[in-house]
Design a protein around this ligand. Structure first.
Ligand code: PAF
Length: 279
């Protein structure tokens, strides 16, 4: 069932809670792909009912980012949700989510300073604010996030812990195309040539992991190996960052250790792609 109204969604949730059923929640910005479907399947496995939200959240986009051209296809999303057996699709409007005079924001400090946060000021404040609102409306027992946005997952987990929110945040593995490209709604922006080069991120991550396993633990050296790999792909425009960070604090390392996260953001053509791998 598709629900657009916040109060209607809250009423439905009230009924579900009354029946003592558990609620799994998959927040998305739509244009669903296999990565989202894997989150839905985890939620269906763990909970009595599953709610998927589709909301392109304006406050997590910067001024020069892709809010206006972010891909949207509600009809297709709805069909996929039905096929997966999603119980409720929540599609609020921006006007309902952010009525005139809206002025309350949720911000996680420290964890949001590096990686994507360093290049997308305000992005995580937008994410944590909308996720808090969605959690308040849907009141899930569990919420599912992809590990592709590793920093987002860490930030949301921290918010839930710090603010004593009453739910479990579940991270689910990255789903990849056959050649290794991490699934993302933004892959749609890639031209056929760019799509070929987009595998650069995954190839670089795999090379870093293999090099680490062979004994190279200098982050400087590992970064160099990754840069070499990435720039060998013709459609790569810019490496925004490559970092090896502690999996919990997200602080950059100089010497890599098992369990660390190698994360990167790269522009392929004009499309900014992110990916990561655990050592
Ligand atoms: O990962 C996303 O799609 C978004 O950041 C989220 C979590 C749905 C919040 O808008």
């Amino acid at each position: 069932m598709l629900i657009k109204d916040i109060n209607r969604m809250k009423e439905v949730i009230k009924g579900v809670k009354k029946e003592g059923k558990t609620i799994g929640f998959v927040p998305t910005m739509g244009y669903l792909h296999e990565g989202h479907l894997s989150l839905i399947r985890c939620s269906k496995r763990d909970n009595d009912i599953t709610v998927v939200s589709i909301f392109v959240n304006p406050i997590q986009f910067g001024q020069n980012e892709d809010l206006d051209r972010y891909p949207r296809d509600l009809e297709r999303d709805e069909k996929l949700c039905r096929q997966e057996g999603v119980d409720y699709i929540f599609v609020p409007s921006a006007e309902q989510m952010y009525p005139e005079g809206f002025s309350t924001y949720v911000q996680v400090e420290e964890l949001t300073g590096g990686l994507c946060g360093a290049f997308r000021p305000g992005h995580f404040k937008g994410v944590t604010t909308v996720v808090t609102k969605l959690f308040n409306i849907v009141q899930p027992d569990r919420a599912y996030f992809g590990e592709k946005d590793y920093q987002q997952l860490a930030v949301v987990k921290k918010m839930v812990k710090d603010l004593n929110m009453n739910l479990e945040v579940v991270g689910c593995p990255i789903v990849r195309e056959k050649d290794g490209l991490a699934m993302s709604s933004r892959n749609k922006y890639l031209s056929p040539k760019e799509r070929e080069s987009a595998v650069a991120l995954y190839k670089a991550l795999v090379r870093a992991k293999e090099s680490f396993e062979k004994g190279i633990n200098s982050v400087e050296e590992l970064k160099k190996i990754m840069e070499e790999t990435i720039i060998s792909y013709p459609e790569v425009n810019e490496i925004q960052y490559i970092e090896i960070v502690d999996p919990d604090t997200l602080k950059p390392k100089n010497v890599a250790e098992e369990g660390d996260v190698v994360a990167l953001a790269v522009f392929v053509g004009n499309t900014r792609l992110i990916d990561n791998i655990r050592l």
